[in-house]
Design a protein around this ligand. Sequence first.
Ligand code: ATP
Ligand code: MG
Ligand code: MG
Length: 386
Amino acid sequence: MDNRKVGVLGGGQLGRMLIEAANRINIQVNVLDASKSPAKQIAFHDGHIEGSFKDSAAVKELAQASDVLTVEIEHVDTQMLEEVSKQVPVEPSPKTLTIIKDKFRQKEHLIAHGVDVAESRDLEGDEEGLEGRLKEVGKSFGYPFMLKSKTEAYDGRGNFVVKSEGDIEAAKKALGGRPLYAERWAEFQMELAVMIVKTKDGVLSFPVVETIHEDSICKLTYAPPRNVSKETVARAQELAKKAIAAFEGKGVFGVEMFLLKDGKLLVNEIAPRPHNSGHYTIEACPVSQYAAHLSAILDLPIRQSDLRLITPAAIMLNILGGQTPDSHIKVAQKARELTSSWPHLYGKGDARPGRKMGHLVVTASSLAKAEAEIQPLIDFVDEQKG
Ligand code: ATP
Ligand code: MG
Ligand code: MG
């Protein structure tokens, strides 16, 4: 369908699922990562680059072998990507990646574009004065508040809930030395997420999902969200579109939001790439988030109607590593016994507690039916966790 080659920085599960979509239309995806990374396992050709996506020589090599570069992780050297973008297009743009990979800068950018976010306080620099400044934040925001690392944060690794002044010592121990900011606690009734597709022509939106996090890691997503009015869903979609319209470049973006108890919506954070909250689109939409990403960065045709739900309900369950190295295999086997879902396993080898090893999606004619089908599997997962 297209003989351009796509280069990807990072070869984890997102790169792997991007390749699944690319394989169907015969597009070659060159991966820069370690030799047996999840993405490389399913694409046999001579265009991969072995090395780290943080290594500039390797990125240049990838650029040489590719017609367009993209990322499956934002924690990359964006300055170097800026340089490389003079030779080959990088999507989304290095400028956008630079802003988004720093969660505090990302917030400032959103505020400047009229997007509501949780109130934040910069805490970077002056390690010695940190304790005093954390106490001031506690007085001003009240407890609990969230202490966050601006960079290199994912799956909650980079966040610390400061529940009282007595937690400040532990917070400093957990995150000291990293560039920090504090965030006012969001009293949310629910978390929502939307995948947005930014094309050369504008901004399209996938449906809104409800996300459930456990220990700061996404566990479940529900499409559509449970017990949320059409009006709120529409507002969430509009907010997500507005947030992503504020950035340059093409591709899919994940927008995480808080639906507060008073009905107000705040953007929590943005991911400039395919996102866990969009996995359900493989089973539940005509065009998945991965196919949409390829379409956007390659300027292939894509319409709003491609992004609709083709099933009344879809629930995604992450398969997280448990106490034993094969815990994810047991969950996948159980999923086949208990549900009609066909699981995704990422080829990461041995499980570690909390590591994302795979996921599955249950679709049904109603949310109630999907919930009834998946509940025994959730019970199994919770029992394993102990
Ligand atoms: P990801 O893996 O999504 O990139 P992350 O490590 O960047 O996660 P956040 O999205 O900042 O972390 O936070 C993880 C979770 O912690 C959120 O989904 C939410 O459940 C909770 N959380 C984060 N910030 C706040 C806040 N200000 N108030 C209340 N809860 C919060
Ligand atoms: Mg994040
Ligand atoms: Mg998050």
